[in-house]
Write a protein that binds this ligand. Structure first.
Ligand code: ATP
Ligand code: MN
Length: 454
């Protein structure tokens, strides 16, 4: 039986076996107390081993942190304060020892930096295990939300030939000899007959399906070779991208707000025990921060207003604030943490700093873009209404230096049965960061990939 179920249903006095890993062993006169965790929940089950039981001297007294074990025995109601049941052992089998002199995890708390050097063992710590249970629960909530809203999930390709963001952040996928010394790789002789790479976004492909199925979403791995060694960027991360036909920017913003509220509510309702750990050890204000997402309506401000607010604030920033430059993370955090003190949606950015596919506004200077900013995280969502007018799109592509030949399929979506549509991308790891309060994005994904490390 899983410890999670044992602690919940607690059928006292029944005989059973439990399997898991030793967290600690403490000896008393005639007894040993062993804390067992099996990963199913944050709490350990306390095993009481009496000196009279089988294998007490030969095995129990040799147990150390990290050993994998199977205890047989029975559950009893515990006399100790703060726990309802404990496990009275009658026999022990050790599956695998963990010699204390070399096992890197000890009883004490380890820093997250230290744990990043042992990515394969860190899930055996309370904090990383809790992150992963919350992450898994949130992934399910993502699918539930879209299912309830009649969205259809599309698995967009991981290998693609469209560099959606146009920022040259794509990893190349090739079977050509990497050691051949050529100035321009002969991609026509490559596996796909042209240059291909790992996707930076499933959006363009999702658009094709939205303009047929109405409401679709993707939830998959995304790759960006951006050389940003920050606490909020990974080279491989997971992105959720809904794309909706017959939606304008406002409808898309409302959906993004409902989505974030749904996910935070889901965590508060389903992950309480694990959230308590983060509230205790990582971020004392966790609950208040999460509650600002569900109680208040998000603030909404246009990019131009945001620039005025930042300029009038009297605050000095490392990056200057001026109309036409992108908001930096310090500006985003100032808006959401100091000015509005709640989630904030910034809309209508200058066309010059946004990709070609965003719909040009009537002023012809700005596009129907929106970013959702969260306190302590900054940008969590980026989205827009898409350019659905053939000529305008073609002009914008030419301005952006996009090779039109490569995007005839994308233009076709406007040639035939074009319709207003909109969508956005939410970085899943940034969501998990926000919900757990974890400071570094590398600690909310199992095996982080960052510049210089894979
Ligand atoms: P940023 O300015 O923070 O780099 P972006 O403008 O490049 O973000 P988008 O292209 O709009 O981001 O991607 C949508 C969402 O994907 C972002 O709001 C963010 O949550 C997430 N995201 C983007 N890049 C990364 C990354 N390198 N690692 C993790 N998440 C990311
Ligand atoms: Mn980026």
């Amino acid at each position: 039986m899983l410890i999670k179920d044992i602690l919940k249903t607690a059928p006292a006095d029944s005989s059973m076996e439990i399997k898991g890993w030793v967290r600690t062993r403490r000896d008393a006169k005639g007894f040993s107390f062993i804390e067992i965790n099996d990963g199913s929940c944050r709490l350990n089950l306390q095993v009481v081993a009496q000196s009279g039981m089988k294998n007490f001297d030969s095995l129990v007294l040799k147990l150390t942190t990290g050993c994998a074990v199977r205890f047989t025995g029975k559950l009893t109601s515990s006399p100790a304060k703060g726990q309802e049941v404990e496990f009275l052992a009658d026999d022990l089998e050790v599956y695998g020892w963990a010699p204390a002199e070399s096992y890197p995890l000890q009883k004490k708390r380890h820093s997250f930096e230290f744990l990043r050097d042992i990515n394969h063992l860190r899930p055996r710590t309370n904090s990383i295990a809790a992150v992963m249970r919350i992450r898994s629960s949130l992934a399910m909530a993502v699918h539930l939300f879209f299912h309830e809203q009649s969205f259809i999930q599309i698995h967009t390709p991981v290998i693609t030939t469209s560099d959606c963001e146009g920022a040259g952040e794509m990893f190349t996928v090739t079977t050509l000899d990497p050691l051949a010394k050529v100035s321009k790789p002969p991609y026509s002789a490559d596996f796909f007959g042209r240059q291909a790479g790992l996707t930076v976004s499933g959006q363009l492909e999702a658009e094709a399906y939205a303009l047929a199925l109405g409401r679709v979403y993707t939830f998959g791995p995304t790759f960006r070779a951006e050389n940003s060694n920050t606490s909020r960027h990974l080279a491989e991360f997971w992105m959720i991208e809904p794309e909706m036909a017959f939606f304008d920017l406002q409808m898309s913003i409302d959906l993004a707000e409902d989505f974030l509220k749904y996910l935070v509510n889901h965590a508060l309702d389903n992950c309480q025990e694990d959230l308590e750990l983060f509230e205790k050890f990582v971020d004392k204000n966790l609950r208040t921060r999460l509650e600002t997402v569900i109680t208040d309506k998000f603030a909404r401000v246009s990019y131009s207003e945001a620039i005025e607010i930042l300029n009038a604030s009297g605050q000095t920033f490392a990056y200057p604030v001026a109309w036409g430059t992108d908001l930096q993370s310090e500006h985003e955090r100032f808006l959401t943490e100091v000015v509005f003190k709640k989630p904030t949606v910034v809309t209508n950015y200058p066309a010059s700093i946004k990709p070609f596919y965003m719909r040009l506004n009537e002023d012809e200077n700005t596009v129907a873009a929106m970013d959702v900013l969260l306190p302590s995280i900054g940008e969590i969502i980026g989205g827009s209404q898409r350019e659905d007018r053939y000529e305008v799109l073609e002009n914008r592509m030419t301005e952006h230096g996009v090779d039109l030949d490569d995007y005839q399929w994308y233009l076709d979506l406007r040639r035939y049965g074009s319709a207003p549509h909109a969508g956005f991308g939410l970085g899943f790891e940034r969501l998990v960061q926000f919900i757990t309060g974890m400071a570094n994005i590398r600690d909310v994904i199992a095996f982080p990939r960052t510049p210089g490390r894979a």
